[in-house]
Design a protein around this ligand. Structure first.
Ligand code: CA
Length: 238
């Protein structure tokens, strides 16, 4: 039996059945909520590690569920959105969600996200002792000396590029929205636009790619960026 506690929030019973039967096959423990009120009280009593949350709920907006739960919980929140408008996803990510699935999604896709979340939790637990060196695959960031290495090659970054990389590293696995990033790097109310952010990100990735070809930073078009956890045990790449 898998140790991770999962809460599934979904009012559509056929989608709920699809999700829970898949979790059962993979031996995950889960509890179900069919509306926002149930979701909040279930999360409060169970303190889950991961929440799969449908955004369109009958009694309250899924975003309010995120705000409520995020105020006290560090659970990984993966939103399930039927709406294909990016604005809902962006609002949910800014409210504290970690990742998203867009309906219709495959169960393989869902399991890949859950496994990624599990790895991220293990990683964060392991690096909890306020380590001053961040390691993700071949990437190494020494926060004390502000040095970045890939396969022992020093990567020369500008101040902004370095801060962007650190922000992504400290939130590894989480999808960070454009506005969220801009607020943290340049501060609120500063009118740095998404186009400028894209220029910095392009330059940063080019420098990383010079030493490592695989994807370290994923672009979510119209939404933001995400640092991908590099699986050390090779050939199980997702
Ligand atoms: Ca729904």
């Amino acid at each position: 039996m898998n140790e991770m506690k999962i809460v599934v929030v979904e009012d559509d019973r056929s989608v709920m059945n699809l999700i829970t039967s898949t979790l059962k096959i993979h031996q995950y423990q889960y509890s179900q909520a069919y509306n926002g009120t149930e979701a909040v009280s279930l999360c409060t009593s169970l303190n889950p590690d991961l929440i799969l949350l449908d955004l369109g709920l009958p009694d309250m907006d899924g975003i309010d569920v995120i705000r409520n739960v995020r105020s006290w919980s560090s659970a990984v929140i993966i939103i399930i959105s039927a709406r294909d408008e990016d604005s809902d996803k962006i609002e949910a990510l800014d409210a504290g969600a970690d990742d998203y699935l867009t309906k219709p999604f495959s169960v393989d896709e869902m399991m890949a996200r859950i496994r990624a979340a599990a790895r991220r939790m293990q990683f964060l637990r392991a690096s909890n002792e306020e380590s001053s060196v961040f390691v993700n695959g071949p990437l190494e960031i020494d926060y004390a000396s502000n040095l970045v290495h890939i396969f022992d090659n020093e990567v020369h970054l500008t101040n902004i590029e370095y801060r962007l990389l650190c922000l992504l590293a400290k939130n590894i696995g989480k999808v960070l929205t454009h506005t969220w990033i801009i607020d943290r790097i340049w501060g609120r109310g500063v009118s740095t636009d998404i186009v400028s952010l894209r220029v910095y990100m392009t330059s940063l990735r080019k420098k990383l790619k010079a030493y490592y070809e695989d994807e370290l930073i994923r672009t979510h078009i119209g939404i933001g960026y995400q640092m991908i956890r590099i699986d050390q045990s090779a050939n199980t790449k997702e």
